[in-house]
Design a protein. Structure first.
Ligand code: HEM
Length: 416
């Protein structure tokens, strides 16, 4: 017997999702008492899923596809066209391999060292500044790290300018109007520049070390043995550069957590083992990616509900990380909860769930954790600063959400 799916009643909920923001799906789950329900967005019937079991379903490759899931405006800004996010099956697996080959132990060690050096350099610079807006400064810091790590010559573009262009892509991905067009313009300018670089690498006009992504992606061959279109290489290089710089959002929330939870700072001072717990809780607790989307690949039934081919389906990332069935006191910031976390790939999914190679889980999750650990270590052990009065509120309807002031620091001192 097929059951009728619980429904968020009303004609269309686009405005509600925009105004409620991150907790929209979890709020409906609470009122409808169901981890699966249907809603209507921009006139289309959409299935919403939340929680561990639903996440496991969402990552079954035979049941969901990605090729036609992302809205066109997100492709024009955040993702780009022709990138790994929109591939399925063997083509996805092969392309994802290109990304995962960048995540070797040596490669991760390299990005950790680059980040460490960049923090030393920036803290020394901040000592001479009257006040420091951590969000803007960490975007620059990470632009430098991302470019050195991928082999992209940042000096040709300028760190400040490039950090702003990369920021436009994730800061305005969900915007409309002028901000959306600014984001599109930044993407198209950077893609043009990267395409030229890729062609220069291929013609041996510039030399890049073979382990760097600029070289590896430019010379990567697809399943048929062909080089990728240089525009697609540019999109994929941006799939490394843009999200590395977006880690600045998490760095800013890390600083906010240090400010709001001083007792946790004491624990961090006791030893490095608590860094990981703190970072994981920052990624669980604060809002970043609200949900991810796919379309039903073929008709199937799940828990008595019918999923029809082509139906747009959203998996709630924020809500799964705050789900009352999985987390005790989910709205409390408590790093120690991660001391006994089992590592389940479906209950803690700030960067997607499931598997890395054959699934769409974020290729940069290890990099994100490593960069955050180095950043936290610097904030706790290698610098002192004061936090002046400012507006530290963040909104659940801004995507991405950020403390409004961008986290201002004063009297920064570098501690060796
Ligand atoms: C800033 C923190 C980050 C967040 C919150 C984040 C979040 C996500 C999310 C939610 C997805 C989609 C998962 C899905 O659809 O199932 C994703 C995919 C992806 N991320 Fe990240 N990410 C971050 C950092 C990174 C970094 C640092 C990199 C690269 C160095 C990266 C590269 C990618 C790639 C290539 C994909 C596509 C994977 C695929 O479709 O198979 N991300 N990320």
């Amino acid at each position: 017997m097929v059951k009728s799916m619980p429904k968020d009643k009303g004609l269309d909920h686009t405005l509600k999702i925009l105004s409620e923001g991150y907790p929209y799906i979890l709020n409906r789950r609470n009122t409808l008492q169901s981890n699966v329900f249907e809603t209507r967005l921009l006139g289309e019937r959409v299935i919403c899923l939340t929680g561990k079991e639903a996440a496991e379903l969402f990552y079954s490759n035979d049941k969901f596809r990605r090729s036609d899931a992302a809205p066109p405006r997100v492709k024009k800004t955040l993702f780009g066209e022709g990138g790994v996010q929109g591939l399925d099956g063997d083509a996805h697996h092969h392309r994802k391999g290109m990304f995962m080959s960048m995540m070797s132990k040596e490669s991760l060690q390299e990005i950790v060292e680059l980040t460490d050096v960049a923090w030393d350099k920036f803290t020394t610079k901040w000592e001479k500044m009257d006040s420091v807006k951590l969000y803007e400064e960490s975007k620059k810091l990470l632009t430098l790290v991302a470019c050195h790590w991928t082999g992209v010559p940042v000096k040709d573009r300028g760190v400040k300018e490039f950090s702003q262009e990369l920021g436009d892509m994730f800061e305005s991905a969900a915007s409309v109007g002028v901000a959306h067009y600014k984001s599109r313009r930044s993407r198209s300018n950077i893609e043009k520049w990267l395409i030229e670089l890729v062609e220069k690498v291929r013609n041996e006009e510039i030399q890049v070390e073979s382990h760097k992504a600029l070289y590896a992606f430019s010379t990567y061959r697809d399943l048929e043995g062909n080089l990728l279109d240089s525009k697609v290489v540019a999109v994929e290089l941006l799939n490394l550069l843009r999200p590395i710089v977006a880690i600045s959002v998490y760095i800013t929330f890390t600083a906010l957590a240090l400010h709001h939870y001083p007792k946790e700072v004491e624990k961090l001072k006791e030893g490095d083992s608590s860094l990981q717990l703190f970072i994981q809780e920052v990624r669980r607790y604060y809002p970043f990616f609200p949900f991810t989307s796919a379309r039903v690949n073929q008709d199937f039934e799940w828990q008595g509900y019918s999923f029809k081919e082509g139906t747009l389906t959203l998996l709630d990332l924020y809500g799964t990380n705050h789900h009352p069935e999985e987390w005790e006191n989910p709205d409390r910031f408590s790093p120690s909860r991660f001391a006994d976390w089992t590592g389940n790939p479906f209950d803690f999914i700030p960067q997607g769930g499931g598997e890395f190679d054959i699934g769409h889980r974020c290729a940069g999750e290890w990099i994100t954790i490593d960069i955050l650990k180095v950043s936290l270590k610097h904030m706790v052990h290698h610098m002192t600063y004061t936090v002046p009065d400012q507006d530290l509120d963040y909104s659940y309807s801004d995507i991405p959400s950020l403390p409004k002031s961008g986290f201002m620091m004063k009297n920064v001192r570098h501690v060796q």
